[in-house]
Design a protein around this ligand. Structure first.
Ligand SMILES: C[S@@+](CC[C@H](N)C(=O)[O-])C[C@H]1O[C@@H](n2cnc3c(N)ncnc32)[C@H](O)[C@@H]1O
Length: 293
């Protein structure tokens, strides 16, 4: 008899990974919660359950990312559909979301209470991928509308599916194109945002990590600029002042060793209040600056 317990005992996968896959199979085959791994560990499993387990187990043993195998990933306060067309959202990027939410709350606190019932805040997420940043922001702050862009139609297709599943399509819109040029699709040549956030591709083109682990399976154009690592960050920083309201905030994620270059670029571009931010591991991974008033 094949049971959850026997599969867990026999597998060559690390136990936490095996449990993630089994929890997913329990949900889709039997509509059971993750806790069934304990409460139903002696239950006999059906052939379709076992066949799919073998398929996913083999995929993982070959190195395929778990998020792609099970088709989803938790991010901030939401769950996102992911697939090989998009970057798998990383926990580090939640720092950018929290920073953005703090900024939006700060603006609301300073606003005249007469306007508080209206949806007044606007944010831009450049290079949205699965929609992670845009949707996490919109999900946690009901008074914001978000524009999310990407150069990849495959990514935008997944992001749009996520917006629909999360019932956020009325406040999050998507545009295809190269950074700010994507905004031309909105029809208005000059739109101004309270907040611009971006986690662009910032890995250097010759970084050996690109051929290791999960990164081997993710779209290269989501990970690297195929150059110094600073090309996309530079384009985003240099273009931001034209799209921010006076006093508006730009915050970008960058590599652990790119903080000095990004802070310098923000200064060169004319930002004020330039601030580096550490991630949970203590690395400088986000930089922000304000458009002068
Ligand atoms: C590091 S991923 C970030 C995805 C998502 N924001 C996240 O944090 O999970 C970078 C994203 O930028 C997009 N991208 C790359 N080059 C771009 C460009 N020139 N214009 C707009 N988006 C671009 C990629 O397709 C990818 O979705």
């Amino acid at each position: 008899m094949t049971t959850l317990r026997s599969l867990l005992n026999e597998t060559g996968l690390p136990k936490n990974e095996a449990r993630m896959i089994l929890a997913h199979l329990l949900e889709i085959h039997l509509q059971l919660p993750r806790s069934a791994l304990l409460t139903h560990d002696g239950m006999e499993l059906s052939d379709p359950f076992i066949e799919e387990w073998r398929l996913l187990e083999q995929g993982r043993l070959k190195g395929e990312p778990i998020a792609y195998l099970i088709g989803k990933r938790g991010f901030h306060t939401i769950e996102l559909i992911v697939g090989p067309g998009v970057l798998i959202p990383r926990p580090e990027t939640e720092l950018l979301v929290d920073l953005g939410l703090d900024e939006l709350q700060r603006i609301l606190n300073n606003q005249n209470s007469l306007y508080e019932s209206e949806c007044l805040l606007t944010a831009l997420d450049l290079g949205t991928g699965s929609g992670a940043i845009a949707l996490a922001i919109a999900s946690s702050q009901p008074k914001v509308t978000v524009v999310a862009t990407d150069a990849s139609q495959a990514a935008l297709d997944i992001a749009q599916q996520n917006a629909m599943r999360l019932k956020l399509s009325d406040r999050v819109s998507f545009c295809l194109g190269n950074w700010y040029a994507a905004l031309h699709a909105l029809g208005s040549p000059s739109c101004h945002f309270d907040l611009i956030l971006s986690n662009p591709p910032y890995i250097q083109g010759d970084d050996p990590h690109l051929s290791e682990g999960d990164l081997r399976f993710e779209p290269p154009g989501a990970l690297t600029d195929f150059g110094s690592g600073l090309t996309c960050l530079t384009a985003i920083i240099d273009g931001a002042l034209a799209y921010l309201k006076p006093g508006g905030l730009l915050a970008v994620e960058h590599g652990f060793d790119q903080s000095p270059a990004v802070l310098e670029r923000l200064a060169l571009a004319g930002f004020q209040g330039i601030t580096p931010h550490r991630d949970l591991s203590g690395h400088w991974r986000v930089a922000s600056g304000r458009k002068p008033i």
